[in-house]
Design a protein. Structure first.
Length: 118
């Protein structure tokens, strides 16, 4: 079964840290563009961080630059999102996604809730 499963969400105080993990099965993460997206209540989905296939770089939303870091562990077939200096406006459901390009994500996880209290 081809799927992505996120973990690591939760409740944290402002200024704290969380690490999200996305475990892939049926798809090798190093061969695809991987991304973390988020959707806050009443807002549209936005791309937070992207990492290209092996050898390609990373991209971040301006709102998280310097605070979030995306990484890939090829041995574990996972993609992580380290989130530091969290702010209440980071509160959202975070989704992991995979695709052939940065404009074509065809596989999505179920999402994990991140709540940052002030």
């Amino acid at each position: 079964q081809v799927q992505l499963v996120e973990s690591g969400g939760g409740l944290v105080q402002a200024g704290g840290s969380l690490r999200l993990s996305c475990a892939a099965s049926g798809r090798i993460v190093s061969r695809y563009t991987m991304g973390w997206f988020r959707q806050a209540p009443g807002k549209g989905r936005e791309a937070v961080a992207l990492i290209g296939s092996s050898g390609a770089g990373t991209n971040y939303a301006n709102s998280v630059k310097g605070r979030f870091a995306i990484s890939r562990d090829n041995a574990k077939n996972t993609v992580d999102l380290q989130m530091d200096s969290l702010k209440p406006e980071d509160t959202a459901v975070y989704y992991c996604a995979s695709g052939s390009t940065r404009n074509n994500f065809d596989l999505w996880g179920q999402g994990t809730q991140v709540t940052v209290s002030s």
